[in-house]
Design a protein around this ligand. Structure first.
Ligand code: MOS
Length: 767
């Protein structure tokens, strides 16, 4: 059911055996690494960028989905007579329509649901869909559908779901499969060898993705060919899933996502709404647009599942970890979903005896989807607080304890060595820049405002082995076109890729046009996820650009009567290096006019045999706990990252600060609240009651410290993943800082003012 780490993005192995062509690592770069604004920044902020919700086609209809308002119910009656006759209504799809039976959500014994299933297992399960001439008419008609439910008892808590007599979310029971157990060494022996053993139960809340751009699709049929504009992280994944679902050849399904406004993992997979749009478009022979609502985005398109993590750890007085034992209970909601969290416990530190046991249960709530480093922030919340507690227990400096347990230069993981040298640098250099030693040595204060500092470390474990192809074209006027399949999910992918082309061809950035994320017209790229977008695509782009460069210089060498070795490309010109120095703008090169276009194709090579490069991170937080209000203010933050080469200093910092902000939300403000008493419904499915951090909640004094160990063995750009590591240890660092400030170990995320006040009061009573 689960791999060592779930393969939730893209494909795993190269399709063809191509000879591996190695490019030498870059020396000094002139474009790559610079702080440059996004190439499409103006388009994005001015409104000229066409996102899925901006797509308007002739004769297009708008769809609305009627969703079950109950946590658990069965359809008793569904009558569309009135709705059908409402103004503007063109089609209605229900569980009786053709296509409604398409199986959905696969468990171990087959599908656990259908596109429209009369058994609604969470608040938001699809019941019916309407296509009408305007969105308002569609919504009016959806509301006019006469529907009656048998309301069933619900369960909204993972522990309760396992109790005897709990309402069954799925017929097979509330346990999803067997517990997922991984083990190395012998934990009992490890605990026996330890000088100190600690045990603690940590809880994390359900975090919602809430990307700025809502989920949605536009579907259009042209004969037997389906075109879908979709807000997705991976057009090729959606194409594949749609083709399978609708039983069409891949060539008959085109998926486009040129502009994308955030996904964080919630837009990796095909949504029911996309299939519904395709059916409604088929039924009406008109294009259909379907955009979900903000409330839907809280209920129906994924989340970071909540976990209860019991962690027991043994350590020797010299700081050597002897055993780690993790037992996790998680819930991915009403349908099969991954809630495993154990990865970091197994792989971050060198510990000979590790056992992890994980159970996923069904509850009546929306299904989890991968969310920015799935499982990792939850595990860091437990493991990195535990490391802090162990350090205190054996009176060791917490950074020293971590460094003591970092695997040496390379440790075998899944039979492949990885380099962990960057983690030590993140901790050591980060501590220096943060002023850790001095801040940590401050004695605990007694006043209203209590200051403290904390640290947490992590790695990101998705190694990928991504296939991608890029095409670069150079035109006779010296401008260039880059063709890649990747979605730019807001991270600046297009910009970074264009910078790679600019680096190799000396073409100014503004003269490079990027075509991307269209299965009919662009090359294959894996989904933009797993922090693999740069790592998967940049090496192919660089190769394509180098191919153009090689051809160009050969042609120019003939024309300029100088050997290739004496030519270079810079600022849109060919320059000769030897006397007399000549600079010829590309547009004046006659040969370029004759050949018109120089084309270069680049493929991404697999990682070298037996070698992977993983990113590492250490976060440092300084907090102020207000003992009167219970508020935790993050005063100062430093994020030290080994994500390999910095491709663009600005987009690098954007990723880090965005990830930290999401981590601050996970630590302090965010959490789905289900009414477990009366309705089972989510009571904070909006941006007012579900609080994501704003500019007021993040520290002004935030520092990004890139650590680059110059590891170019794995890919020709020396880049590693960044987007996900940036959110992994944030919350744990904050919790450790809160402990340093107050002596209170907050084990339940988020550290809300309410919880903090209660814990402070408890502490007061104990004194
Ligand atoms: Mo991510 S959770 O790989 O978008």
């Amino acid at each position: 059911m689960r791999n060592d780490y779930p393969n939730y993005v893209g494909q795993d192995a190269p399709a063809t055996k191509r000879p591996i062509t190695k490019l030498p690592p870059w020396g000094e770069t002139s474009v790559v690494g610079k702080r440059l604004a996004r190439v499409d920044a103006y388009d994005r902020v001015s409104g000229s960028a066409v996102y899925t919700s901006d797509v308007i086609l002739p004769d297009m209809l708008y769809a609305a989905i009627l969703r079950c308002p109950h946590a658990h119910a069965k359809l008793k009656r569904l009558n569309i007579t009135k709705a059908k006759s409402m103004p503007g209504v063109r089609a209605i799809m229900t569980d009786a329509s053709p296509g409604a039976n398409i199986p959905w959500f696969f468990g171990e014994k087959g599908a656990l649901s259908r596109l429209f299933d009369p058994h609604c297992r969470y608040e938001g399960d699809e019941v019916a869909a309407v296509a009408a001439e305007s969105p308002y008419e569609a919504w009016d008609a959806a509301r006019a559908i006469d529907v009656e439910y048998d309301i069933l008892p619900f369960v909204s808590d993972a522990e309760e779901a396992l109790e005897q007599g709990a309402p069954a979310v799925q017929e097979g029971g509330n346990r999803e499969g067997e517990p997922y157990v991984r083990e190395r060494g012998d934990v009992a022996k490890g605990f026996a060898e330890a000088d100190a053993v600690l045990e603690e139960t940590y809880r994390t809340s359900c975090q919602i993705h809430t990307p700025m751009e809502l989920h949605g699709s536009v579907a259009q049929w042209d004969g037997g060919r389906l075109t879908v504009w979709d807000s997705t992280q991976g057009v090729f994944d959606i194409q594949r899933s749609l083709a399978q679902t609708l039983n069409l050849p891949l060539s008959s399904v085109r998926v486009i996502s040129r502009y994308m406004g955030g996904g964080f993992g919630s837009k990796l997979e095909l949504g029911k709404y996309t299939v519904i749009a395709a059916f409604l478009a088929k039924m009406t022979a008109q294009p259909v647009k379907i955009m979900l609502t903000r409330e839907n985005s809280f209920l129906c398109v994924g989340n970071r599942p909540p976990n209860t993590i019991k962690l027991k750890a043994g350590v020797k007085n010299d700081g050597t970890l002897t055993a780690l034992h993790l037992i996790s209970l998680g819930t991915g909601g009403a349908y099969p979903a991954d809630s495993s969290v154990s990865y970091l416990v197994r792989d971050l530190y060198l510990c000979p005896n590790v056992r992890t046991e994980e159970t996923n249960v069904f509850i009546n709530a929306g299904t989890a989807r991968p969310m920015r480093a799935p499982g990792f922030p939850q595990c860091a919340w437990a493991l990195e607080q535990m490391m802090d507690a162990l350090a205190e227990k054996i009176r060791m400096e917490p950074i020293e304890l971590r460094i003591k347990n970092i695997p040496s230069y390379s440790q075998v993981r899944n039979n492949r060595p990885y380099t962990s040298i960057g983690l030590k640098d993140c901790l050591v250099e980060g501590a220096k820049t943060f002023g850790w030693k001095r801040a940590r040595e401050q004695p605990r204060q007694d006043g209203t405002i209590r200051r403290g500092v904390g640290v947490a470390a992590a790695m990101w474990g998705w190694e990928g082995e991504p296939v991608s192809t890029a095409i670069v074209k150079l035109f006779p006027d010296g401008s260039a076109n880059l063709n890649i399949g990747a979605s730019d999910i807001g991270t600046g992918t297009k910009t970074v890729m264009a910078m790679v082309v600019a680096e190799e061809l000396g073409v100014p950035l503004e003269k490079i046009q990027v075509e991307n994320a269209d299965t009919a017209t662009t090359q294959y790229a894996p989904a933009s996820g797993g922090s693999q977008t740069v790592v998967a695509n940049a090496p192919a782009v660089r190769k394509a650009a180098v191919e153009v460069r090689t051809q160009l210089l050969e042609l120019a060498s003939d024309e300029l009567k100088r050997p290739v070795a004496e030519l270079t490309l810079k600022d849109g010109m060919i320059q000769t290096l030897s006397e007399p120095i000549r600079k010829v703008p590309l547009s004046e090169l006659k040969i370029l006019g004759r050949v018109q276009t120089i084309v270069g194709v680049g493929h991404r090579d697999p990682h070298p045999e037996g070698k992977i490069a993983l990113p590492f991170v250490a976060h440092f937080a300084e907090v102020e706990v207000n003992t009167k209000t219970g508020e935790v203010r993050i005063a100062r933050f430093l994020a030290a990252h080994d994500s390999g080469r910095v491709m663009n200093r600005l987009t690098y910092e954007n990723q880090v600060f965005g990830g930290v902000t999401m981590g601050i939300g996970f630590a302090a403000t965010e959490g789905r609240i289900l009414d477990g008493q009366q309705t089972g419904k989510m009571v904070n499915a909006n941006w007012h009651d579900y609080k994501i951090p704003t500019a007021m909640d993040v520290p002004l004094d935030e520092t990004c410290l890139p650590i680059d160990p110059h590891d170019t063995e794995c890919n020709n750009t020396g880049s590693k993943g960044l987007g996900e590591p940036a959110t992994i240890p944030t919350a744990a660092a904050i919790a450790n800082a809160v402990y340093h400030a107050t002596g209170i170990r907050v084990t339940h995320a988020p550290i809300s003012p309410m919880q903090m006040l209660a814990l402070l009061a408890e502490q007061g009573e104990r004194r």
